[in-house]
Design a protein around this ligand. Structure first.
Ligand code: G6P
Length: 371
């Protein structure tokens, strides 16, 4: 009913707009006033966490893309090697697991069969399993050694939105906590990142305040037969997530690519008027930004219509953007919390405009309890 949806037409729209709150709630009570992390709930001792020599993140669907972002953050902060693997593939490749492997299972529902089977396999091999989950008492956290709950509240729309952004927050907290326990980062650096995450809910709100622009774009592009999404670094999983949302909700062919891979194949797909979303990383010392710009130039030279997501104040991108979507400034690793929002709004509005069932797309289930 409309009441359950707080006056929104779709649960998904409501859930997208709940993200500032969901992200803030997921941070709540997990650090002290000095920014030191307190994850007592983890139930794996600090000593055991210091012995971890490899992390494997496993998940399915949208949660897998959160896991891809986690890999960048965890390796950067902790210097522990971190792999990320689709839950449905994990146990079939005979993965190397030992007592000092930490397996991180990310699942909004806590009931996805592929992910559950993967953690069972990991525990049989004596690995420690930590779940990141949004559903209290669900099967995956019950069968794990430890859990970090996301506090998104119930997610009804089949396509995950606030589930994803809160998973990102939980992954950042885990990475920072491991860095704190293992001493790979100084306390003030950790506190600084915690502070930056605390400002994210307001910044998500700023992106949401401009939803109408995205809705207009979605309606203009409603007849597209194919849409591409490009990103680099943590913008790459965001590109994959943007493409997944469009497939799931609007039944439009969509692909996400790492922008550096364009020249190795995908550039052949670009034809006149093809819409291409480009997630541009913040300007930094690492040339990522410049490399992304050259990727945008390449697709534009072949007739693509570029929809560029870039931080405020980034003037370099302007000549290459047919449509420019501004994002508030955050460090590169945190940018997915903002850059995914316009992609969620785009897929939602396009599907709604086509008269499709946004909350229950065809052939999909909220949680897939068969392998
Ligand atoms: C299903 C849903 C997806 C979700 C995936 C993983 O396929 O349709 O939206 O991302 O399951 O779900 P989980 O609950 O494990 O995060």
């Amino acid at each position: 009913s409309a009441a359950e949806k707080d006056g929104y037409d779709w649960f998904m729209r409501k859930e997208i707009f709940e993200q500032p709150r969901a992200v803030a709630d997921t941070l709540l009570g997990r650090h002290d006033e000095n920014g030191a992390l307190q994850l007592d709930e983890i139930r794996i001792s600090e000593e055991e966490l210091r012995e971890v020599d490899k992390i494997i993140v496993i998940a399915s669907g949208t949660s897998f893309y959160a896991g891809m972002v986690a890999k960048y953050a965890i390796e950067h902060w902790t210097r522990i090697a971190c792999e990320v693997e689709l839950a449905s593939e994990f146990r079939y490749r005979d993965p190397i697991l030992t007592r000092s492997t930490l397996v991180v299972a990310i699942s909004q529902s806590g009931e996805t069969a592929d992910t559950l089977m993967a953690i069972r396999h990991a525990r049989e091999q004596r690995a420690k399993v930590l779940a990141i989950c949004n559903t209290n008492g669900s099967t995956i956290p019950r069968e794990s050694d430890a859990v970090i709950y996301t506090h998104a509240g119930p997610e009804i729309g089949v396509a995950s939105t606030k589930g994803f952004t809160t998973q990102l927050v939980a992954c950042y907290l885990l990475g920072l906590y491991l860095a704190q326990v293992r001493g790979t980062r100084y306390g003030d650096e950790i506190a600084q990142v915690v502070d930056q995450i605390q400002h994210v809910p307001d910044k998500i709100q700023q992106v949401l305040d401009r939803a109408e622009e995205i809705y207009g774009l979605a309606r203009r592009l409603a007849d597209s037969r194919s849409v591409l999404f490009l990103g680099r670094h943590v913008g790459y999983p965001v590109a994959l997530e943007g493409a997944l949302k469009l497939k799931e909700l609007a039944y439009i062919h969509a692909e996400g690519f790492a922008a550096g891979e364009l020249k190795h194949g995908p550039i052949a797909l670009v034809e006149d008027q093809l819409p291409v979303f480009c997630v541009v990383p913040p300007r930094g010392r690492d040339f990522l930004h410049d490399k992304m710009i050259s990727g945008i130039q390449e697709v534009r030279a072949r007739g693509a219509r570029t929809i560029v997501l870039a931080e405020e104040g980034d003037a370099v991108v302007e000549p290459y953007a047919d449509v420019l979507i501004r994002l508030p400034r955050v460090p590169t690793l945190l940018q997915p919390l903002l850059s995914v929002i316009p992609l969620q709004l785009f897929a939602l509005e396009l599907a709604a405009h086509k008269g499709l069932d946004v909350d229950q797309p065809r052939n999909l289930a909220k949680s897939v309890t068969v392998e």
